[in-house]
Design a protein around this ligand. Structure first.
Ligand SMILES: NC(=O)c1ccc[n+]([C@@H]2O[C@H](COP(=O)([O-])OP(=O)(O)OC[C@H]3O[C@@H](n4cnc5c(N)ncnc54)[C@H](OP(=O)(O)O)[C@@H]3O)[C@@H](O)[C@H]2O)c1
Length: 260
């Protein structure tokens, strides 16, 4: 049974159990939306169910697997999804040759394959009414040419930025009302670091600030969203630095994380 204040329109959030995804969850709960929350840690999802109310749909799914991705699309079929925050992801740091291939493939599966698969599925669902908003959570890493010592992570995020920009243009040319954008934060203080087993070399912003900013920019229709002025300046300034030098600088930043 729905509470009076709750909406029939859903917000779907992957990676809702922590960090940026958790903050999006809080924002859309406060706005009165019904939520569909996806992650692997069931205990955390159940806690969110208690906080967000019994109308919340929780989906325990490992998005590094095709079954996990399919489970999400099957469960949300036919529901009116107004916002999709395509957020689940993680990073791996280190020398390319030293990182375990299983971890890397899992990262590519979550950061690229799942993001792509879910974006396509939900976009097609939204196209029936030609309304809704999709935000792919990329990273400022995706806006730089490469990031030595986090090379594969940078590559996954570059994929997300490129895919978003391309499909956003297709939607615009088709005269669609659907918003598609990507969020490209620099460091954000979440569990990302402990998962990546590193410490940031630059101070991070809070995940709450990051999510609040993203929601404001989505409402303005911005395709590439970069929170924090210094990160915007770094991305802009990067255009005027020779690519080789810029890649070296990104590598120096990543190396600092490893030995912090
Ligand atoms: N923190 C940063 O500095 C930063 C900067 C730029 C971009 N980002 C991006 O922001 C997004 C969110 O990261 P975060 O910083 O909020 O990190 P986080 O606190 O570690 O949260 C990651 C979320 O993704 C979920 N997740 C990870 N692997 C999953 C899998 N295989 N299947 C399903 N869910 C999975 C986790 O849930 P479970 O563990 O419960 O499954 C968790 O809810 C990521 O895409 C990340 O690349 C982060």
């Amino acid at each position: 049974m729905k509470n009076d204040y709750m909406s029939d329109k859903y917000v779907l959030i992957t990676g809702a159990t922590s960090g940026i995804g958790l903050e999006f969850t809080k924002i859309y709960h406060r706005k009165g939306y019904s939520l569909i929350l996806v992650a692997r840690r069931e205990n955390r999802l159940k806690k969110l169910l208690k906080v967000c109310g019994p109308d919340t749909i929780i989906i325990t799914a490992d998005l590094s697997t095709p079954e996990g991705c399919k489970k999400v699309l099957d469960r949300v079929k036919g529901l009116d999804i107004e916002v999709f925050i395509n957020n689940a992801g993680f990073g791996k740091c280190g020398n390319f040759e030293d990182i375990d291939i299983k971890d890397e493939i899992s990262m590519i599966n979550v950061n690229v394959t799942a993001v792509h698969f879910l974006m396509k599925g939900i976009l097609k669902q939204m196209r029936r009414t030609d309304s809704g908003k999709i935000l792919n959570v990329a990273s400022s890493a995706g806006l730089f040419p490469a990031g030595p010592y986090m090379s594969a992570y940078y590559a996954t995020k570059a994929y997300v930025v490129s895919l978003t920009r391309g499909v956003a243009e297709e939607l615009e040319e088709a005269g669609s009302n659907i918003y598609l954008g990507c969020l490209c934060p620099g460091p954000v203080d979440t569990e990302f670091n402990s998962v990546a087993d590193v410490k940031f070399s630059l101070p991070g912003i809070s995940p709450a600030k990051c999510a609040r900013y993203a929601v404001r920019m989505m409402d303005k229709g911005k395709t590439v969203i970069v929170p924090k002025l210094t990160m915007k300046a770094a991305v802009f300034g990067g255009r005027f630095i020779p690519q080789k030098k810029l890649i070296k600088t990104c590598g120096t930043m990543q190396k600092k994380k490893l030995y912090n």
